[in-house]
Design a protein around this ligand. Structure first.
Ligand SMILES: [Zn+2]
Length: 131
């Protein structure tokens, strides 16, 4: 597997958050052993003694695909990522066409939406008016 390509996938589908620990979709817990964190009493010791927890030397982040959250430190999501990347690579032109058509549809929908004159209080339902 091309690690640079996998890294690009991870960056593109990153949940944009990281922290001291994270449980992956597969159930394995990953925790940061390198950075200093404000662990709760016994929290780090619990992870150190948990056979289902694995320490890594960085803040753990997430990879989020189709509503499923994985831990970036885990390898369980790599097979899924290869399938998604293959789909994206094989259908790039079709995906671009879909977005072009959707842009057109959305612009037409926006153009047909009624304009509301916000300077006329009667146009705003009472429940939405500021007091
Ligand atoms: Zn996993």
């Amino acid at each position: 597997m091309n690690s640079e390509k996998l890294n690009n996938f991870e960056r593109a589908f990153s949940s944009k958050t990281s922290g001291c620990f994270r449980e992956c979709k597969c159930g394995v817990v990953y925790y940061d052993t390198f950075n200093k964190w404000d662990w709760g009493e016994g929290e780090l010791e619990g992870l150190l003694n948990d056979s289902n927890a694995k320490g890594v030397d960085y803040a753990v982040g997430g990879v989020s695909v189709n509503g499923v959250e994985y831990c970036n430190a885990c390898s369980c999501w790599h097979g899924m990522a290869v399938k998604v990347m293959t789909f994206l690579d094989e259908h790039g032109g079709m995906i671009a066409e879909y977005f072009r058509l959707e842009k057109s549809r959305r612009l037409a929908e926006a153009d047909s939406a009624p304009l509301v004159d916000v300077s006329a209080p009667a146009a705003i339902p009472a429940a939405h008016r500021e007091p």
